[in-house]
Design a protein around this ligand. Structure first.
Ligand code: CU
Length: 142
């Protein structure tokens, strides 16, 4: 009986991994700022699924708080808005980059240096969770 339970949990794991295969992240980078200033997270998310997917947030063991923001420029003034969710249509790519959507990672839980890797899990409205490894990159990196 115990073996049967184990087998079914392995199967479940396999199913959720397959679903995640339709979502692909590349260029995952963190832009470190000195001290305890918030860190910006940039990445490219491709939705290879035949249905739209909605990104609702992210979390990381290395930051107490992770938010989604969108930068904009109005009348020459740069500002940031909190974003609750972003939909990515089927077959589309969403880019989180400097000057637009970005993750705002706050309250760093450990010291980070250039080249360090940070695990960030992207959260979706349908319950899917996509673990992504971000690399700490120099300021100029987009
Ligand atoms: Cu921000």
């Amino acid at each position: 009986m115990r073996r049967l339970i184990r087998l079914s949990s392995i199967l479940l794991l396999a199913v959720s991994t397959t679903a995640i295969a339709d979502l692909e992240v590349s260029e995952a980078k963190l832009r470190l700022l000195p001290g305890d200033l918030p860190t910006a997270g940039y990445f490219t998310l491709t939705n290879k699924d035949s249905l739209p997917v909605t990104l609702t947030g992210a979390q990381s063991p290395d930051f107490a708080q992770v938010m989604m923001h969108r930068s904009s420029l109005e009348n020459g003034m740069a500002s940031m808005q909190h974003v609750k969710q972003v939909e990515v249509p089927a077959g589309n790519t969403l880019t989180f980059a400097s000057g637009g959507y970005h993750l705002m990672l706050m309250e760093r839980q450990r010291a980070l240096a250039l080249g360090d890797q940070v695990e960030v899990t992207l959260l979706f409205a349908d319950g899917r969770r996509l673990p992504v490894t971000f690399t700490a990159a120099p300021l100029a990196a987009q």
